[in-house]
Design a binder for this molecule. Structure first.
Ligand code: SIN
Length: 536
């Protein structure tokens, strides 16, 4: 049995939140960052729109807070909203010092940024780098992390489960001691020990058949935390982005909301705008409203998609402002300067997650969660566009101080607990991979058909019943066979799907991103509260 790998800080995930944490923690001790693929594979790297931040003289923290609370449909934690928004400018200044570049107004002096606007915002406050803002941020953070001698980036390491005193059978207060991870480079499970474990695993968009998320977004952090008995909040609030490209060759390609911010108009197959029928803010209404409007139009007209028309803008301007989208569409034979873009809603963001306080601390001692995996209270029932990169940067920073205060260095947690080695099932049957892929497809289709933009109690019940059976099947794979990344992903996916369904089932109202035909109204008297779940 090999000794556990020990680090002062163990970070799982390489998005903005995890890397921000790691870079700051590295000033105090040794950090290992685990990435199940490569460091480059994160939701952050795919973010197009940008980072919301109060920078313009005609904007204010209060206005940004008001917009966030409005989008969040009564469920935001106002203290979290205020703290995260007001710390934004400092974190943005740090990113700029690291070399991140945001688009400037043409010919303007340095620092005079070209601020964008998206749905739900009443002011221009979105910093962007063309339409690849996340990639710009991720590239700089990752380069800094790779250059930092106190950080080791372990790529191809799939975190399996948290190790806790409770799971090991100790009677003391439950706390996190580390985790098991599959080293996919050699196919072996390794034990990692740390008194400071930080989940920064991103969201769970891949639980749905249609999503704007990359392949890595399989809800690993939420599933791991759930299995360790940590409190999970508000998983029913899955945000659907209104405008994912509708094209057979490119199913997960986002058409940024910034297009609507710059004058793009949603139209039906008949070329007629329709958003005025649904909200006075029309194309710039919050996302939940726009996604539901599109869903309604598609169902009403029987068409497969709607269209986003930005042909009012000159070609050269579009090429400059949205270079990535413009080129990607051109490669598919769509000239956005001449024709409307076919779009459909798709799963985009997990507004709930592992419940944390304003320092990223979870209900389990020794475990923190930052970024999309966490539920801080910023997003409430529906996230305001471009608030997530902001949250990642702020929470990655805030968590460091809390971790150091609660689990100070150099003093280590006494080594009174010995960590059990991983016991692996050794049966291997490649034929079973077919079953895994089948189950994977079934979960994603079932979630799309029964648990997406508009829900009903009956559909949720159906989904719950089927998911229970699938969970049993997946559990058999997990125990009987050597673990593989496929089995681990499937196990997490089915767990997160069940959490979404259970949360949705318990909310008898429609609010923000949760809409059910059986309870079409908001019910403040009974449901103006978070949905909390934990494993007993
Ligand atoms: C977008 O560019 O539309 C996505 C922005 C976000 O999800 O915050």
């Amino acid at each position: 049995m090999s000794a556990p790998h020990e680090y002062d800080f163990l970070v799982v995930g390489t998005g903005i939140a995890g890397l921000t944490f790691a870079l700051k923690a590295a000033r105090h001790g040794r950090v290992a960052i685990l990435s199940k693929k490569t460091g480059e594979a994160s939701n952050t790297a795919w973010a197009q729109g940008g980072v919301s931040c109060v920078l313009s003289p005609d904007d204010s923290f209060d206005q940004h807070i008001a917009d966030t609370l409005d989008a969040g449909a009564g469920l935001c934690d106002e203290k979290a909203v205020r703290a995260i928004i007001s710390e934004g400018p400092e974190r943005i200044a740090e990113l700029i010092r690291l070399g991140v570049k945001f688009s400037q107004k043409p010919g303007a002096p340095p620092g005079d940024f070209d601020l964008g606007i998206e749905g739900g915002h009443t002011r221009r406050r979105i910093l962007h780098q063309g339409d690849q803002t996340g990639l710009e941020i991720a590239t700089h953070l990752l380069a800094a992390a790779r250059a930092e001698k106190n950080i080791i980036l372990l790529e191809g390491y799939y975190a399996i489960d948290l190790i806790t005193t409770g799971k090991l059978g100790y009677a003391q207060e439950d706390r996190c001691l580390g985790l098991y991870a599959l080293d996919q480079n050699i196919g072996d499970v390794k034990t990692f020990r740390s008194d400071r474990v930080i989940l920064a695993t991103g969201g769970s968009g891949r639980v749905y058949q249609y999503t704007t998320n990359p392949e890595v977004a399989t809800g690993d952090g939420v599933a791991m935390a759930w299995r360790a008995g940590v409190t999970i909040a508000n998983m029913e609030f899955i945000q659907f982005h209104p405008t994912c490209l509708f094209h057979p060759q490119k199913r997960s390609f986002l058409i940024s909301e910034a297009l609507r911010g710059e004058g793009g108009v949603l139209v039906g197959a008949d070329g007629q705008p329709f958003m005025h029928k649904y909200d006075r803010r029309e194309n710039l209404a919050p996302r939940d409203i726009v996604a539901r409007a599109i869903d309604r139009e598609i169902k009403k007209t029987g068409s497969k998609c709607v269209f986003l028309d930005i042909t009012s803008k000159p070609r050269a301007w579009l090429e400059d402002r949205f270079p990535h989208i413009f080129q990607t569409l051109m490669n598919l034979g769509i000239d956005m300067s001449k024709e409307p873009i076919p779009v459909v809603p798709a799963a985009h963001y997990q507004c709930g997650g592992v419940q944390t306080n304003l320092d990223g601390a979870t209900s389990l001692r020794g475990l923190w969660a930052v970024g999309e995996v966490a539920c801080t209270g910023l997003h409430g029932a529906n996230r305001l566009a471009s608030n997530s990169l902001l949250e990642g940067a702020v929470m990655g920073h805030r968590a460091v101080e809390d971790v150091l205060q609660k689990e100070p260095l150099p003093a280590r947690h006494p080594r009174e607990f010995s960590l059990d080695p991983w016991i692996s099932g050794d049966a291997q049957d490649v034929d079973e991979l077919v079953v895994i892929y089948h189950n994977w497809d079934e979960i994603r289709r079932l979630m799309w058909d029964y648990v997406s933009i508009v829900r009903t109690s009956k559909r949720l019940q159906r989904a719950a019943t089927r998911l229970r059976t699938l969970q049993k099947e997946v559990q058999e794979f997990y125990w009987g066979y050597r673990v593989t990344a496929e089995v681990l992903e499937l196990r997490n996916l089915v767990q997160v799907a069940a959490l979404i369904v259970d949360s949705a089932h318990s909310r008898h109202e429609s609010r923000g991103a949760h809409c059910t035909l059986d309870y079409p109204e908001i019910d403040d008297a009974h449901f103006k509260k978070n949905t909390l779940l934990w494993r007993v």
